[in-house]
Design a protein around this ligand. Structure first.
Ligand code: NAD
Ligand code: ZN
Length: 360
């Protein structure tokens, strides 16, 4: 047996207000006056002095506001990389991503593509990246995806929605400041939080589970229950807990995998642009057959928080569109194998997936 040797985030700071340390953390990493820091910031923070006044720009540093309305695409990554190369004589000292999973993934991908030739679509897959990325820092402003800790950056490309999974993907530095999540809208808090909950269920119920994944998954699930079921703590304490639940959920899937909800959600995301957190919720709501206890608790949490999910997403789709979603979902082989075991192809048929999608 050859065990996987995983890289992890090298440095992490946790605490309310720790974002104030950003400039001190970056200063020693500046290569020279011509090698800028590039800040990729969710444009929800445009005009938000509380956050942006704490980012100090020096020399040729650049702050780019980027919309998270759509999840990152390979062409968006390639354009950003080209823009950065054209605008600066030297390679950047670092990329700093500030935002949710969308901005974190974008930053990881840009950092990789600044040192690797060709187009980002060529690196979607497992271990295709050859050269280490430039220094990159992640600052999550919404909790749940685990993108801050993971070894992947999920991109929608011309042919597939798939991550760049590599040893060079994880951040060199993460700043976990739960205060940054204080203005997240309630629905989005639930959807992205449920991404974390679903990571735990899929990891803990998967065939790839080992003690490493289980220990993180159980802790994360316990925190999710305290947050979404019991409301155990002040608003600040709940923000702190969700940030750590996200981290642990990400650590749990690092050594296992996600499962049925993610595979089907990728299909929705690819065809309809349904965002990851919401898509996972829409799918998971119909997965009693695979995760009976997990789905029952999910429905309870939905009720507690008055969340009403969109219905009838697939009601007007034609044959080709269903086939596209099914192709995308079935291509996620490790997810199915984790969920159902080695013989998953015997039960997970196109008809089965079609019937599930028709419910959504
Ligand atoms: P997101 O980054 O798209 O953000 C969701 C919404 O919340 C956006 O409208 C954003 O502007 C807003 N927002 C973020 N922070 C805010 C704040 N502090 N106040 C107010 N609004 C705020 O959503 P997400 O759920 O965090 O991330 C989804 C993305 O993460 C997808 O692209 C998905 O593929 C990716 N993902 C990656 C991994 C990984 O391991 N790399 C894991 C899971 C998901
Ligand atoms: Zn997820």
């Amino acid at each position: 047996m050859n065990y996987k040797n995983y890289p992890m985030v090298s440095r992490v700071v946790f605490g309310r207000g720790s974002f104030n340390q950003l400039n001190d953390i970056l200063a020693p990493k500046r290569l020279n006056a011509k090698a800028p820091f590039i800040f990729l910031v969710d444009d929800v923070f445009k005009g938000n002095a509380w956050l942006t006044s704490r980012i100090s720009l020096a020399y040729d540093d650049q702050l780019l506001f980027i919309s998270a309305d759509e999840e990152p695409t390979t062409s968006q990554v390639d354009e950003l990389v080209e823009q950065i190369i054209l605008n600066h004589t030297d390679r950047p000292s670092g990329i700093i991503g500030i935002g949710g999973g969308t901005l974190l993934d974008l930053s990881k991908a840009v950092a990789i593509m600044l040192t690797n030739e060709g187009e980002s679509k060529d690196y979607q897959g497992w271990d295709l990246v050859k050269t280490p990325a430039i220094y990159h820092v992640g600052v999550p402003t919404i909790s749940g995806t685990g993108a801050e800790v993971s070894r992947t950056t999920v991109l929608t490309g011309p042919e597939k929605k798939l991550g760049i999974n590599s040893d060079y993907t994880p951040f060199d530095q993460v700043i976990l400041d739960p205060e940054l999540t204080k203005d997240v809208p309630k629905d989005q808090w639930f959807y992205t939080g449920m991404d974390c909950y679903i990571h735990c269920v899929e990891s803990l119920k998967g065939t790839y589970l080992n003690a490493f994944s289980q220990s993180y998954g159980e802790k994360s699930l316990e925190l999710c229950k305290e947050i979404f079921v019991d409301g155990d703590g002040s608003e600040e304490e709940l923000q702190d807990k969700l940030m750590m639940a996200s981290w642990h959920g990400g650590m749990s899937i690092a050594y296992s995998q996600v499962g049925v909800a993610h595979a089907l959600s990728y299909g929705l995301g690819y065809l309809l642009g349904t965002k990851h957190g919401l898509g996972n919720c829409i799918v998971f709501d119909h997965l009693e057959e695979f995760y009976p206890e997990g789905v029952a608790l999910f429905k309870r949490m939905k009720k507690i928080h008055g969340i009403i999910l969109p219905q009838g997403l697939c009601s007007k789709l034609d044959e080709d569109e269903f086939n596209t979603m099914i192709d995308v979902a079935l291509a996620m082989e490790p997810l199915w194998e984790n969920a159902m075991g080695k013989n998953w192809k015997q039960t997970i048929t196109r008809e089965k997936l079609r019937a599930l999608y028709e419910k959504m």
